[in-house]
Design a protein around this ligand. Structure first.
Ligand code: PEP
Ligand code: MG
Length: 580
């Protein structure tokens, strides 16, 4: 028996036999070509792209029956990337410069693109390199006449163990047979993780070297709830897990019944329970899990293309598609929040000594008004297609709000002069994620239509603890009295001014925090779709009066450990169900 620990990418427990999925290793030839052969190599590239496109089109038709919107969109995005004129241009330039065979040139161009993405410390942006590799492997397979390894037509149910599951392998796999997914590489925001969550297949990624250790047919327990994978478990461990699996499945089944019910407390207060998304493909899962809207659409995804800036048209299309899919439910789109831990190549962001406190988010946008205005124009134009709210990130004080609103007004004036239609009254909000903003929420509330508390950063800045640094992770405490006071103050000040206050940081999906946030009067919780049913159950089982009493008690306490202990006990006594 051996245990591996990785990243919890998709919840659930799977027990079964391993199937080792080995992608064919591509061996790339390297040779010189003559100037007159450049065109021949370019023709080979075009023909390989054409065949690879047909291959993906075929895959699309195969999955079409089960029509998972995001899968189709992902495959579409691969087709777009393969046929991107910019890629073709880069191949052409490099062929002419280097005079090498096109397989070799393609690999260089792709590795360059990936290296630029890797510069970004942002997990999501980093993960997009998987998609680039996936689509380029398809072209290379065509150039080298190799068949693509695939997970279609699996003979029996299994747990797929592999080094790195490409998104299109995940899409093409025989979903009824795949009980779980374990990979060496990958992270929580990779498309494989997002797809696994949407297909509700338990997955643990980032297991480092599991694919080298496990053999076909090994017995596996995969726990997507804790990020643990146990290979060849002993009898006792196996029976413990079979038991836990049964309990988990019952818990999930019960929760699904909540999808159609409102997030209403026991004493009748209606709470807005919304979803966070990073890419438009997540919209199906938002709708499926019964979200009341989208409380945070991180618009950074649009800016991940290396050496390319999303123009107004492209942005407008993406925003419009999400707004239309939500059919009138509110969609809060946050303006660009790059920099800090979300570096993107091509944005002219220089190396900074202290990027977390540096030139990022609204600070970057305000110093690059032309870039900011393109996004605001795109948002305004998309506003006629649904119920849009706009939110500015990383606001530290009132000047930044005023300056942002000035640029917003200019964008409006321009569109008016051009005779372009838009909604004149889009609610404008700000994220409260910097302590200076939280303590001046009385002033800020007079300037905007809503607040959304970003606890991921608020905790980081309040406790002075880098949210990405594992060494000091023990300090990163949502229940630190300092953090709780800032949250309470923000809600109070928002309400005094008559504006709603939401939360879109991870704390909103923490079951232990729900009662506190209800007791403090939070109006809206926004979280990843998959967490919605669990939090809805807690909301539906809690009375505001009781939650207010809990808040009264914990605000007297001196430390997060005391508060956490109290909350755990309270939940055990108050609810007749277990939370995960
Ligand atoms: C936050 O800081 O809580 C937040 C939601 O924003 P992000 O995680 O994108 O910084
Ligand atoms: Mg933030």
């Amino acid at each position: 028996m051996k245990e591996f620990h990785g990243i919890m990418a998709s919840p659930g427990i799977a027990v079964g036999e391993a199937y080792i999925f080995k992608q064919i290793e591509l061996s790339i030839p390297k040779y010189s070509i003559k100037t007159e052969d450049v065109k021949k190599e370019m023709d080979r590239f075009d023909s390989a792209v054409e065949k690879a496109t047909v291959e993906v089109e075929n895959l699309k038709s195969a999955v079409n029956d089960n029509a998972h919107g995001r899968e189709l969109e992902l495959l579409d995005s691969h087709i777009l990337m393969m046929n991107d004129p910019e890629l073709k241009k880069q191949i052409n330039v490099s062929l002419n410069d280097q005079k090498r065979n096109v397989e070799w040139i393609l690999i260089q161009v792709i590795e360059d693109m990936i290296a630029q993405l890797k510069l970004s410390r942002d997990e999501y942006l980093n993960e997009r390199s998987m998609d680039i590799r996936d689509m380029s492997n398809r072209i290379l397979n065509q150039l080298l006449y190799q068949e693509q390894a695939s997970l279609t037509g699996l003979e029996k149910p299994c747990i797929v163990v592999t080094h790195n599951l490409m998104p299109s392998d995940a899409i093409g796999m025989d979903k009824d047979k795949v009980l779980g997914i374990a990979t060496d590489a990958g992270g929580k925001t990779s498309h494989t993780a997002i797809l696994a969550r949407s297909l509700e297949i338990p997955a643990v990624l980032g297991l480092m070297d599991i694919s080298r250790y496990v053999k076909d047919g090994d017995k596996i327990i995969l726990d997507g709830n804790s990020g643990k994978v146990i290979v060849n478990p002993d009898k006792k461990t196996r029976s413990v897990y079979l038991n836990t699996k049964e309990k988990w499945e019952k818990h999930e089944k019960d929760l699904l019944q909540l999808n159609r019910l409102a997030a209403e407390t026991k004493d009748g207060k209606l709470i807005n329970l919304e979803a966070n998304i990073e890419i438009p493909e997540e919209v199906n899962s938002v709708i499926f899990h019964g979200a009341d809207g989208i409380g945070l659409f991180r618009s950074e995804f649009l800016y991940i293309q290396p050496n390319k800036f999303p123009d107004e048209e492209e942005q407008c299309r993406a925003y419009k598609s999400v707004l239309e899919s939500l059919k009138g439910k509110s969609v809060t789109i946050r303006t660009l929040d790059l920099g800090g831990d979300k570096q993107v190549p091509g944005l002219n962001m220089t190396e900074e000594k202290n990027p977390i406190l540096g030139w990022r988010a609204i600070r970057y946008c305000l110093s690059q008004p032309d870039i900011f205005k393109i996004q605001l124009r795109a948002l305004l134009r998309a506003s006629v297609h649904g119920n849009l709210k706009i939110m500015f990130p990383m606001i530290s004080g009132v000047e930044e709000v005023e300056h942002s609103l000035e640029i917003y007004e200019t964008a409006k004036k321009e569109l008016k002069a051009e005779g372009i239609e838009f909604n004149e009254n889009i609610p404008i909000g700000i994220m409260i994620e910097i302590p200076s903003a939280a303590v001046t929420t009385d002033i800020l509330a007079k300037k905007v239509d809503f607040f959304s508390i970003g606890t991921n950063d608020l905790i980081q800045y309040t406790i002075a603890v880098d949210r990405g640094n594992e060494r000091i992770a023990y300090l990163y405490e949502p229940f630190h009295p300092g953090v709780l006071r800032l949250i309470q103050l923000t809600i109070e000040n928002g309400h005094k001014q008559g504006i709603p206050v939401g939360m879109c940081g991870e704390m909103a999906s923490n079951p232990l925090a729900t009662v506190i946030l209800l007791g403090m009067g939070l109006d809206e919780f926004s979280m990843s779709s998959i967490s919605i049913p669990e939090i809805k159950r807690i909301i539906r089982s809690t009375a505001i009066l009781d939650a207010e009493e809990v808040v009264g008690n914990i605000m007297e306490m001196k430390s997060y450990s005391e508060i956490t202990k109290y909350l755990k006990n309270w939940m055990r006594e108050y609810f007749d169900f277990e939370t995960y």
